[in-house]
Design a protein around this ligand. Structure first.
Ligand code: ZN
Length: 512
């Protein structure tokens, strides 16, 4: 803490007003360093005679409070006195994050339902948000910094509270006051929704997989008639009246929903839509209108037909469900961390229809899951959505973090690569990808300078992408991996920032 005091005194920081601090923050000087101790300039805030900031000592970031008077007790941490100055080092705990939110409300996640373009960042490591902010704040877009599914939480030994805290501290480090989101991703039960709400997460992505009846997609006419006949009379009457050979037209797009197909939709979706209505009411009771609800039907085995999308949104609206975004399953393959696989023209044709449906039914955002690295389809996505969209990119920042390792710590990279190969069959049980890793070049034959190429080959990129659970829970990898990322913080930040900027610019999102 001595070095911190030296930085403060040499720059006279503890005496500056907020206006003077803001001037310093507006300069290009992102940090002030003394030996290996570093103070993050944009985190400098003064409130009621206390100077707050983020700094890194001995490779570890913490929140610091400094004042001429005794410091308040509500942040926990170690206090030292240096002459007439008190300095407290408050670790990045979930409790300190909660206290920080009371002093600086912008460190709490908010609903982004009014924001046109939102990007789900999904930082699995809890250290990429700063770089995500640096990229996104240059564009007319807003970040959902925290975004994890229950599966990701389990694989990384984290909690919703932890990911919200991690993002909040980085928001503070970057002095980012424009608002950010936090998404409980792919939640399937009221218990999981509650855990996310209790952690203060304003966005819920409701995964309807478990309440859907996808088997009905293959049923023939007699089977549909038989099953439909079992539904309550009021439901049958509503479906037959409402969808008497429905024709939808908007922006030169026509979607037909013949009666038989509407009956099929009823069998496939009504249970799921009732569940969505229940969850929507539940979330509203907790948060008023300050939430974002995303309806996700993307984890199915077949692409969402436009007619089905139409049925789903009409029935959601009929149930009064707030739909801020909806994730269909698109035609072709959106696999983790690699470009779109499929026919571009076919994708574009069907994507345009999904957008026309969304625009005519409340203009909700089309949400693109496994949306990272789909550079070949971004121009079409930007064009048809007019940038009213949500793009989820979780996982790609983890792969790009590994790029930092490949470039700077070849031995560690080799170890990670081999472990990922070993772990791959296990990881495949949780993720659907088509990568065949048997043809990858043998890692022992590559020179150090060639290791990074693995990150640009689809097969190894996907292998590393889905092996995070095994790698991050491996005691021989975890410690050295995080230490390396801390040692090479600047390179890591630059790689993550540039990768995110590439997404935004290919989507055609305007700069601020
Ligand atoms: Zn999804």
């Amino acid at each position: 803490m001595k070095k911190i005091i030296e930085i403060l005194r040499e720059n006279n920081l503890e005496e500056l007003s907020q206006t003077q601090l803001d001037r310093l923050k507006a300069s290009e000087r992102e940090k002030i360093e003394k030996d290996s101790t570093r103070l993050y300039t944009r985190s400098l805030y003064t409130r009621e005679g206390i100077l707050y900031f983020v700094a890194k000592e001995d490779g570890e970031k913490s929140l610091y409070l400094c004042s001429h008077r005794v410091l308040p007790e509500d942040f926990t941490g170690q206090v030292e006195q240096f002459g007439d100055l008190f300095l407290k080092k408050a670790p990045f705990s979930t409790d300190n994050a909660a206290t920080l939110r009371t002093v600086f409300p912008f460190t709490a996640p908010v609903s982004l339902r009014e924001k046109r373009t939102t990007i789900g960042c999904g930082d699995r490591l809890g250290i990429a948000s700063a770089a995500h902010i640096r990229a996104i704040r240059k564009y007319q877009a807003y970040p959902v910094l925290a975004q994890q599914s229950i599966r990701e939480l389990n694989f990384t030994n984290r909690t919703f509270k932890r990911i919200v805290a991690d993002a909040g501290f980085q928001v503070f480090q970057e002095g980012y006051e424009d608002g950010w989101g936090a998404d409980g991703d792919h939640l399937k039960s009221i218990e999981d929704v509650d855990t996310a709400l209790q952690a203060g997460m304003p966005m819920i992505t409701l995964d309807l997989t478990e309440t859907l009846h996808p088997e009905a997609v293959r049923w023939d006419e007699p089977k549909i008639e038989e099953e439909f006949g079992e539904l309550p009379q009021a439901v049958r009457k509503h479906i037959d009246q409402e969808y008497r050979d429905l024709v939808f037209e908007n922006r030169g797009v026509t979607v037909r929903l013949p009666r038989l197909e509407a009956r099929r939709c009823a069998l496939m979706y009504l249970d799921a839509l009732d569940f969505a209505a229940l969850m929507d009411r539940h979330i509203r009771e907790h948060r008023g209108e300050a939430y974002d609800l995303e309806i996700s039907i993307d984890e199915t085995s077949t692409a969402t037909l436009p007619g089905h999308h139409l049925f789903i949104i009409r029935e959601l609206r009929r149930r009064g469900v707030t739909v801020n975004s909806l994730a269909p399953r698109f035609i072709g393959e959106f696999q983790k961390g690699v470009d779109y696989i499929g026919n571009l023209e076919e994708f574009e044709g069907q994507f345009a229809v999904h957008c026309a449906i969304a625009q005519a039914h409340g203009d909700y955002k089309i949400s693109i899951h496994s949306g990272s690295d789909k550079f070949s389809v971004y121009p079409a996505i930007g064009r048809y959505t007019h940038h009213r969209l949500h793009l989820k990119t979780a996982g790609t920042s983890w792969v790009e973090a590994i790029r930092t390792i490949a470039r700077t710590e070849p031995e560690l990279y080799r170890r990670m690569h081999k472990k990922a190969q070993d772990f791959f069959p296990e990881a495949l049980k949780s993720y659907h990808i088509s990568a065949d890793i048997s043809g990858l070049p043998d890692i022992n034959t590559l020179r150090d300078s060639q290791l990074e190429e693995y990150l640009d080959i689809s097969e190894s990129r996907q292998m590393l992408h889905i092996s995070y659970g095994g790698l991050l829970r491996d005691s021989e990898i975890r410690g050295p991996f995080f230490k390396a990322l801390s040692d090479h913080e600047e390179l890591h930040d630059t790689i993550i920032r540039k990768h995110m900027e590439k997404h935004l610019s290919k989507l055609g999102v305007k700069k601020r």
